[in-house]
Design a protein around this ligand. Sequence first.
Ligand code: DX5
Ligand code: ZN
Length: 220
Amino acid sequence: MSNILIAPSVLAADFANLQRDIEMVNNSQADWFHIDVMDGHFVPNISFGMPVIEAINRHATKPLDVHLMIEKPERYLEEFKRIGAANITVHYEACTHLHRTIQQIKDLGCLAGVVLNPATPVSVVEEILPDCGMILLMSVNPGYGGQKFIESTYEKVRKLRKMIDERGLTTLIEIDGGVNQETGQKLVDAGADVLIAGSYVFGNSNPLEAIAGLKNIKRV
Ligand code: DX5
Ligand code: ZN
C-alpha cells in the first residue's frame, strides 16, 4: 500500500485560532483530523471535551479520528459518535471488556481501533485483530504532545505488520507521537499506514508543506 494516510493532531493547534488551523488542515493533503481526548485519570493531562469536538466537527471537512485516553471509554461512545467521530480508538490498558467495547464502536458505524502504550506488546491484540479496523501504536507515552519518539516502535510495527499480513487482514497500523519526516519514513518502511503528527505540523513555519512532505512518503 503506498497511499499513506496523514492525521494532524489538533492537540498541537492554536486553540485561540482553532478555526484558522482547521481550515488549514481542510486545505491540506491531510486525510483525517486526529482528536486527543484526555481525562486526567488514564493519563495525567486533560485536553478538551465534547463541546470543543462538536465545534471542530462543524468546520472540519475531513473525518475525525478520535483517540480516547480515558478510563472506561464505553461510557461515552455514543456521545462521541453523535458529535462527529468517524474513527474511535480505545486503549487496551483502559478497557476491561475490550471485545465488547470494540463491538459497540462498530455497531455505531465507526471505524474501531485499539491503542497500545509503548510498554504493551503487540501480541495482546492477536485475538481482537480481526475485529479492528485499525491498531494504533503509541510511539510516546500518551498524555502530551512534543515528546521524543521511542525507537523500539519500529520493531513493534514490523511485528504487527507480520501478524496482519499473515492473517490476510486489512487492519490499518496507525502511529502516534514524535512523528516527523524522518521517523515517518522509517515507520512507513516498517509497515505503518497512518501517521499522526502534532507538533511537527502545527509547530512548522509551513504546516501545509509539512503535511505534503508526510503525505508523499513512499514505502521503499
Ligand atoms: C499524545 C497524543 C498525540 C500527540 C502527538 O498523547 O496522543 O496525538 O498530539 O503529538 P506529537 O506529534 O507532537 O508527538
Ligand atoms: Zn493521539
